[in-house]
Design a protein around this ligand. Sequence first.
Ligand code: ZN
Length: 134
Amino acid sequence: MLKVEHIGIAVKNLAASNDLFAKLFGQPAYKQESVESEGVSTSFFSIGQTKIELLEAMHADSPIAKFIEKRGEGIHHIAYEVADIEAEMSRLKGEGFILLNEVPKKGADNKLVCFLHPKTTNGVLVELCQEIRA
Ligand code: ZN
């Protein structure tokens, strides 16, 4: 793994949280994007070498809605950048980690992503992400 690419934070109200985090960081989000397949609206803030991703549920069936229902707002996942997502997925599978998707899927911010089940990672939802190369 190359670095912590971003930290995902589940929020109830993206517009309100965009204002809050813009004040916290002293700069606005550089992008907003919805990922229909995941049922989430996201925004991204750039902080030095890493990013903060805010996630709001688009509907009640969204994994983010379920997360907030169970655990409240807060840190939802940590995303690690990898050079070759398929190689890393098969390596981690071999190490006994449970992958939540068997093939990489298209995530926000021009990334291929794969999530690891938190029960195999000490309760932390882990995202692997790889930049989609043109
Ligand atoms: Zn993420």
